[in-house]
Design a protein around this ligand. Structure first.
Ligand SMILES: C[S@@+](CC[C@H](N)C(=O)[O-])C[C@H]1O[C@@H](n2cnc3c(N)ncnc32)[C@H](O)[C@@H]1O
Length: 268
């Protein structure tokens, strides 16, 4: 059930279906029965944000098609090895994320700030292998990122729904998610307390939140570099600050691992 981003407990209804591919709406419109707002679906992507502009330089960069094209082709495979200071290929990261998420429980699994859909695809593959039921959804502000994500999912034959929405207004009802995943997006998401409040609202009683995020560097050059990135809207909390954000949102920290400035957290 997808809900209205303004009335988060009101399910959107189908207003029009123009084209369906593999049982998924490719082109059409959904509508909120409470506020009558209509939301378009085109190229299989539901757009809940319309003309909304990115709030920071970091978010603006991710809206640009060249950034979306390059993201998983260039930066992403190297990212954790460079940031953790040890050999950290994507296979290791994705195995960790899917294991921590416990995908065999099925249900609604959401990759928040999904970019090219890396975690969403890993969750969908793991779900398929386990034979569990469920729906995988990728959420991002950037239409260019979502278009790239959708192409990648289709090439791999994976059923993933992609929605252009804000992490601070997730279009799902309370207690609906069995898995919330986030890879590196907390650092550029903007309002962290509001985004984590959405995790608290959405996580089902036995749901799990799995997050990879970057924390403040321990050495002066790293801190200076992060301060520079901060002018573009990136945030690098210390581990204590990160855990305080979780606690303030009412999320319980179940496990945490740190590799360099890369931190994996499991919350409930
Ligand atoms: C660091 S990238 C995420 C990488 C991706 N999760 C991965 O593991 O490959 C951050 C993404 O978050 C998205 N984003 C930033 N702020 C957001 C917000 N408030 N709501 C939803 N998406 C957001 C950006 O468009 C960008 O695609």
């Amino acid at each position: 059930m997808i809900t209205c981003p303004r009335h988060r407990e009101t399910a959107l209804t189908t207003e029009r279906i123009d084209r369906v591919v593999n049982g998924m709406i490719e082109t059409g419109r959904l509508r909120c029965p409470t506020c009558a707002t209509e939301y378009p679906i085109s190229d299989g992507i539901l757009d809940l944000l319309g003309q909304q502009w990115p709030g920071s330089i970091a978010q603006l960069v991710n809206v640009l098609p060249p950034a979306a094209w390059a993201y998983e082709r260039t930066w992403r495979p190297l990212a954790l090895s460079m940031l953790s200071g040890e050999e950290f290929p994507l296979e290791r990261e994705l195995a960790l994320i899917t294991e921590l998420a416990g995908v065999d429980r099925g249900g609604l699994m959401i990759d928040v700030g999904c970019s090219n859909g890396l975690y969403a695809r890993a969750l969908a593959q793991a779900r398929r292998r386990s034979g569990a039921d469920g729906l995988v959804v990728g959420i991002d502000l950037s239409m260019a990122m979502l278009q790239e994500a959708r192409q990648r999912a289709r090439r791999e034959g994976l059923r993933i729904s992609f929605i252009r929405a804000s992490a601070q207004a997730l279009p799902f009802a309370a207690n609906s998610a069995s898995v919330l995943a986030m890879g590196g997006s907390l650092n550029e998401i903007g309002d962290i307390p509001a985004a984590l409040a959405e995790w608290r609202r959405l996580l089902a009683p036995h749901g799990r939140g799995v997050m990879m995020s970057l924390v403040a560097a321990g050495n002066p050059p790293g801190r200076i570099f992060q301060q520079l990135l901060g002018t573009g809207g990136l945030q690098f909390p210390t581990v204590d600050e990160l855990n305080q954000y979780f606690a303030n949102a009412g999320l319980r920290l179940r496990a945490q691992w740190q590799y360099g400035i890369v931190v994996f957290s499991v919350v409930q």
